[in-house]
Design a protein around this ligand. Sequence first.
Ligand code: XMP
Length: 310
Amino acid sequence: MDYQRFIDEQVGEIKKEVGEGTAINALSGGVDSSVLTVLAHRAIGERLKTYFVDNALMREGEPQAVVKRFTDMGIPVRLVDSRREFLGALKGITDPEEKRHAITDTFYKNVFARLVRETGAKVLLHGTILTDIEETVAGIKRQHNILEQLGIDPEREYGYRVLEPLKTLRKDGVREVAKRLGLSEEVWNRIPFPGPALAARIVGEVTEERLNIVRRATAIVENGLADSGAFQYLAVLLSDRATGIRNNRREFGNIIVLRCIESTDARTATVTELPWSKLHHICQAVVDIPGVNRCLYDLTPKPPATVEYV
Ligand code: XMP
């Protein structure tokens, strides 16, 4: 595929579709939404309104790092602090599907719908890729029509248009486009991170306190395994607790699971045979997190396990 031609064509198409108006998109920092943001900014400049929504479920320093990355490229990104709204929606929920639902609904029906109306944008740019469409058709993914997710009825609220400039590309194609657009390796070569973010790695209720624990564990695991060459690595907080002993006192502490897998497309996965010294080192750092007294390594392939825990 001629990726330069793809870029030129999509920039032209966005220009034509948006005309003199404005367009809106949500940036997560992942490769798809990053590529979309750069393409659209090339096409329509400041008439692109890009938002990064802080949903309280991000990794350490992630919202600020993503906004800075784009600001440094001359692309303004507005950081929207929606942490309270998401934590409120997640309060008391322990069922995994309900949790995912609460996050999707809060994002589309509340936060993003509000932004769409406030900006008056009539064109919504969405980073859907071919794999998303294929997996929706195959019933693996629940990727509804974006307008439906926003609670916007296109017939009643006439005039909204959705553009999906990346819908003919798979992940490898998006990475190639990212390179040609000048995005850093940090963006095009990063390990997968799920839409529900750290909530996909908390079994049981998502609270600020539990997010802080899994966030710290995530930073330890990501730093410790950055040179492992593995497909994906993560930390999970279980809802169970275990008795431990610290400073000669018994404590009923939290349990963190370390997961590290090999895969090509995440549909199936095997477990990485990590060196004992590495596992040991990470475990030591994880149990230094206050309130955590156990660290386990998950040896389960996919299937029957999934990569994430929620
Ligand atoms: P599972 O847990 O289903 O994950 O084995 C397979 C791959 O997909 C990622 N994942 C997601 N990615 N939105 C995403 O964009 C999601 O809701 C989501 N859930 C899981 C997961 O990290 C793994 O790479």
